[in-house]
Design a protein around this ligand. Structure first.
Ligand code: GUN
Ligand code: FE
Length: 460
């Protein structure tokens, strides 16, 4: 017998760009939070399963105007930058880091400050529908562990990284690892301690090795972390070819691209998450694809810091794994539905180009525009594939990570008239217009982890 049964209509994009609408289905979830069966509405066993689940109080029936979406995957978040959300975006990346961001991150040596910020962040992201989060924390071991513990306590699926950065030329004295061997030792301790928090293979919260980016790390640190990733079989995240300054810095130092340098140090591995990757060459994309690494496309923060738009279509055409990142706080929205909108807009800017002085033929890159279904896939199943996790779609064996969107929530901007709109139109409206107030419930691993205070209905 399943642990829980959900009855309702679901939208998902199990493969890139293909919207599937599952009308009036039953989703059966086992005790491990895994989808064990999906039954269509007229399946001969549906009535019996529904009755039994109702008797056992394990049936959750969506109400009129409620729809199920897969949980959203955010591949790139700087947790300590949460207090900085929505401000300090007036300087280029290299100035922003030194002037605003490093001083803020340095404050996370204070464990109680860290706990307060991280609790507020994880709650806000769950309420916004982010069921899987990939976090950069700070250089502080205990505060970074606190983030992992908070994700576990609040039920968010997460990868958490203790940031490593040791180069005195790029990192201030007040916020830097003492040296490469200290940073490697602390990273090793962090990985082991996060693994001890979880006691099964299926861990909800996992460690990820996190060199901040090439400019803030010495060669010794990059080498040490590459070896550690191999030894501990641990995933890696970093920034890659983000801006003119950053990619130029790496070329000057190594005579090679970010991706080539990361590969040289053993940091380009299966499921390595590369934030941005805006200035990648064709060869870089091939290398990223061959190693099984993935790009966290961060369209909003790219508008502020990147000096260019990520060549998303080229990456997808080369079968590179790609998902979306909010890049809090270089991106000022915590919502991955916003992330879908920003990815759509960035793709349109790339398609059309931006300089009206150029002719239409010279201005943009044909074929760059993505569809709403592609954007949604990036924020769900695409992100899941990037991480090698069975999330982001409603399929047998996948984890039940999901949102309930309520069209009738107070303050809803989503209007749906069955006379004027097809159900496919409704999906587009959900992706483009739903806000946090429409998210009535968030589920991770078969458990409700957030509930809107605006939803008086008693479902679940
Ligand atoms: N590169 C190195 N650190 C950061 C950061 O915190 N945010 C962004 N956007 N880029 C970075
Ligand atoms: Fe970032």
């Amino acid at each position: 017998m399943p642990d829980r049964v959900i009855a309702g209509t679901a939208f998902h994009t199990p493969t890139r760009g293909r919207l599937e609408i599952l009308e009036n289905i039953l989703i059966l979830i086992d005790a491990a939070g895994t989808i064990s069966e999906i039954l269509p509405k007229d399946h001969p066993r549906s009535a019996e399963i529904r009755t039994r689940a109702e008797r056992q109080c394990s049936l959750i029936e969506l109400q009129d105007g409620q729809f199920l979406l897969p949980g959203l995957v955010d591949l790139h978040i700087h947790a300590p930058q949460w207090p900085q959300l929505g401000k300090a975006l007036d300087a280029p990346l290299e100035v922003w880091l030194q002037k605003y961001t490093f001083p803020l991150e340095a404050r996370f040596s204070d464990l109680s400050f860290a706990r307060e910020v991280y609790s507020s962040l994880v709650e806000a992201l769950l309420a916004n529908g982010t069921t899987t989060a990939v976090y950069f924390a700070t250089i502080h071991l205990e505060a970074s562990l606190a983030l992992a513990e908070i994700c576990l306590a609040k039920g968010q699926r997460a990868f958490v990284g203790r940031v490593a950065m040791d180069d005195p030329h790029q990192c201030p004295d007040f916020y830097r690892d003492a040296d490469a061997s200290t940073a490697v030792r602390e990273t090793r301790a962090f990985v082991q301690r996060v693994r001890e928090l979880a006691n099964d293979e299926d861990a909800l919260v996992r460690p990820i090795i996190t060199p901040r980016f090439i400019p803030s790390c010495t060669d010794a640190l990059l080498e040490g972390l590459g070896k550690l990733a191999e030894e501990l079989d641990c995933p890696v995240q970093t920034h890659c070819s983000e801006s003119d300054w950053e990619s130029g810095f790496v070329r000057e130092r190594f005579g090679a691209s970010d991706a080539e340098v990361l590969a040289r140090f053993g940091l380009l591995r299966q499921n390595t998450i590369l934030a941005h990757s805006n200035f990648v060459t064709d060869d870089d994309l091939t290398l990223i694809q061959q190693t099984g690494a993935a790009v966290a496309h961060c369209p909003l923060s790219n508008f502020y810091f990147a000096n260019a738009v990520f060549p998303l279509r080229a990456a997808l055409d080369k079968c590179v794994h790609v998902g979306l990142g909010s890049d809090i706080s270089a991106g000022h929205s915590p919502s991955m539905l916003d992330g879908c909108r920003h990815a759509l807009l960035a793709s349109r800017a790339r398609q059309s180009g931006v300089d009206p002085c150029l002719s239409a033929e010279e201005r943009g890159v044909t074929g760059s525009a993505i569809s709403v279904s592609e954007a949604f896939w990036l924020a769900t199943a695409g992100g899941g594939e990037a991480l090698g996790l069975p999330v982001g779609k409603f399929a047998l064996g996948c984890k039940f990570d999901a949102l309930v969107i309520d069209l009738h929530a107070p303050g809803s901007n989503v209007g749906w008239s069955p006379d004027l709109d097809t159900i496919e139109d409704l999906f587009q409206k959900l992706v483009l217009n739903a806000t946090r107030s429409n998210i009535a419930m968030t589920w991770v691993n078969g458990e409700i982890v957030a509930r809107s205070p605006f939803t008086p209905r008693k479902s679940g």
